[in-house]
Design a protein around this ligand. Sequence first.
Ligand code: ATP
Ligand code: MG
Length: 371
Amino acid sequence: MGGDWTSALDLAGTDPADLEEHFEREWFRGREYRHLSAARHGIERGTAVVDGVVVRGYPSLPRALVLDPTVPEFFDGPVAVEEKLNGYNVRLARVDGDLLAFTRSGFVCPYTTDIVSETVDATAFFDAHPERMLCGELVGPENPYTAHDYDDVDSAAFYVFDVRDRESGAPMPVERRRDCCREYGLDAVREFGTVTPAAAVDTVREAIRRLDAQGREGVVMKSADGRRALKYTTSTIHRADLAHAFGLPFDYGREFVFPRILREAFQAVEFDESDAEVRERARRLGEAVLTPAVETIRAVEAGDPVGETHTVRGDPEAIESLLSHFRDQGLALHVERDDREDGERVVTFTKVAHATRDKTEYYLAGGTVDE
Ligand code: ATP
Ligand code: MG
């Protein structure tokens, strides 16, 4: 890879050498590439450079803790309200004729690249828009990153929520993006309408009530030009995140759990809940926090592995490189199943949560805490 690869990025005065040292080197099927796994010098986390082609990271979206007055303060024109799906962020780009799938950190995921090549027909889109990337959420039960299940998705599905310029990261306006998805037969996230900023408060409240009842995550509001976005989420997902984190209590920090408890508190106030409703919210939150923690301590006591468990199924080579990527990252994997089915390799594995296992063992064996 040449020394001038940063020239493709708009560095806004940053010394390329400064930026370059933060990029990690990786390999994907014989190609060396670089990616930025943390934001640096105004360049988003997840920005990757493959064969001189720049694929910008997906930006971090601000969140509202209350809808009123945050939404009308944040937007000064029409607000498009879309469903926020709970899967993992994937950017698809065409590089030298190949469709590549990038995860949030800019890793070209061999497993996701294969899934997407089988389930998404993006050829016509990229023939017309080779310089764009499709940003979407990958959801489905068998994936190596997230665990959320949707009743209506039984295998992998990719829902587009953004079409951006690969190199500058500039988004396509919302209406145009939706037309584009229709035109090229790409699945898109659900929409709840486009309304004025003042009306959006009620539209979102209504959508959130419905999504919450269905166990879904929330919404993302966007300005018509796609440049401003704001997220807001359901109580269900706050509890699900807390349950997940408290199931691995020493692997998730306070910076993960504390904001989720506050989201619940602000939501209870905004939804103007009665004392009884607040008590019910508190009971469910308490259960979400304590039940999984108790289960985990019991599991460690019994000597069972603790961590996030996933199943992946696909081309044996893609699975092998995915698993070695995890191991290279320092993850210990506990493999529960490793079979072949119709020429595919099926692996169920747990990303071993070391800190939770080791600290729990230590306390159960009589270790003390300084607090
Ligand atoms: P960060 O805080 O950096 O944004 P995160 O993954 O914790 O990272 P989330 O709270 O999950 O952020 O919210 C942003 C993510 O929501 C996006 O990166 C994207 O993967 C996902 N998402 C799902 N649906 C949409 C949508 N309709 N529009 C935009 N993003 C969406
Ligand atoms: Mg997410």
